[in-house]
Write a protein that binds this ligand. Structure first.
Ligand SMILES: Nc1ncnc2c1ncn2[C@@H]1O[C@H](COP(=O)(O)OP(=O)(O)OP(=O)(O)O)[C@@H](O)[C@H]1O
Ligand SMILES: [Mg+2]
Length: 330
């Protein structure tokens, strides 16, 4: 039996900007089960980070309002006070951001930061907290972890700092970890090691993971399921295999056609000509009516300009496209 760790339904963030009202997170629904890795993928500016921040109610923008449901193991986080939500972070839910320094304090040793994070949420002795700190540093592959405990963040390389940021997220064995492009700046071998480690961790401990990235090929190798985001909306969800082999949304089809085949496994013939998606994503403050992708879509029909509902298949796959493709890739 699978157990649902996170259920997000109708999550919407409205920002009032000088350009007008915009919804970087627009009626977003998805779920993640125990031990599962969900890849949240989409172009720059489509609302991936805003979705992550909305989960914990931490949108750093004036005049922002949030609505919808974010249910973590049966508890609706949207009904919690901001104090209760903050307490939950680093405990039942952990976030890792692209810039590791945003989760590290430059004037404290790695040990202090790790130990204090344990003690902030767990009633254990300092010795137990230190043992746990050492354990997570080893988990993320920091060589000579014992010696490195007394180092300061500036004594670590960028890749090592990112590993420490991930180690901090693991400390209290959260039910859910959200990683927002934490490996984008790392070289591919370190990135590969971290991804393999995260996969192992999720399957061994049952931690659910949301991995946010603009890189479809990374998701292809990492995630069990994929949610594709465009202009603030989730346009398609499904298993990684379903989405890559038989995309339902024309935007997903375009993303696949613009990604080198060798990075996507068997889903396209190798050497097939890359076809970038024509045009650019719309401004979130001036979205076209209906499907936000229709102005760039070669298959758009008049009805694409009308409001559309999400289609849910019996298998649980969802998509927002009234003229879906045959599902076969070139
Ligand atoms: N504080 C803010 N005030 C107003 N608009 C914002 C604010 N933060 C983000 N936005 C806008 O919200 C939209 C979504 O931003 P978000 O950071 O979620 O994109 P993203 O998908 O994470 O992109 P990237 O891949 O570049 O990280 C963008 O259009 C961005 O300009
Ligand atoms: Mg982002």
């Amino acid at each position: 039996m699978t157990s649902r760790v996170l259920e997000v339904a109708g999550l919407t963030a409205v920002l009032k900007t000088a350009e007008g009202e915009m919804r970087p997170v627009n009626d977003v629904s998805f779920h993640v089960d125990r031990g599962e890795i969900l890849g949240l993928v989409g172009e720059s500016g489509c609302g991936k980070s805003m979705t992550a921040l909305s989960l914990i109610g931490q949108i750093d923008a004036p005049l922002a309002s949030l609505s919808g449901r974010v249910v973590l193991n049966g508890q609706d986080l949207m009904l919690l006070s901001s104090h209760a939500r903050r307490k939950l972070c680093g405990d039942r839910l952990a976030m890792v951001f692209q810039d590791p320094m945003s989760s590290l304090n430059p004037v404290l040793t790695i040990q202090t930061q790790l130990v204090e994070t344990v003690l902030a949420h767990r009633h254990v002795s300092r010795a137990r907290a230190k043992a746990r700190a050492l354990e997570v540093l080893q988990t993320v592959g920091i060589a000579d972890a014992k010696k490195r405990l007394d180092a300061y963040p500036h004594e670590f390389s960028g890749g090592m700092r990112q590993r420490v940021a991930i180690a901090i997220a693991l400390l209290n064995q959260p039910e859910l970890i959200v990683c927002d492009e934490p490996t984008t700046a790392l070289d591919v071998s370190i990135q590969g090691q971290i991804l393999a480690e995260m996969q192992r961790l999720c399957s061994e401990t049952g931690t659910a993971l949301i991995w946010i990235t603009h890189d479809l090929s990374l998701v292809a190798g990492l995630a069990d399921r994929v949610a594709v985001m465009y202009a603030g909306q989730i346009v398609e969800t499904g298993t990684t295999l379903e989405v890559l082999e038989a995309p339902r949304h024309r935007y997903t089809e375009g993303l696949i056609a613009s990604t080198p085949a060798k990075f996507l496994g068997a889903s396209r013939s190798r050497g097939a000509r890359l076809q970038p998606i024509a045009g650019a994503p719309p401004s979130l403050a001036r979205l076209p009516s209906g499907c936000p992708f229709h102005p760039r879509c070669a298959h758009a029909v008049a009805r694409c300009q009308q409001p559309l509902e999400e289609t849910r298949e019996a298998s649980g796959r969802t998509f927002r496209c009234i003229n879906p493709g045959p599902g076969a890739n070139p």
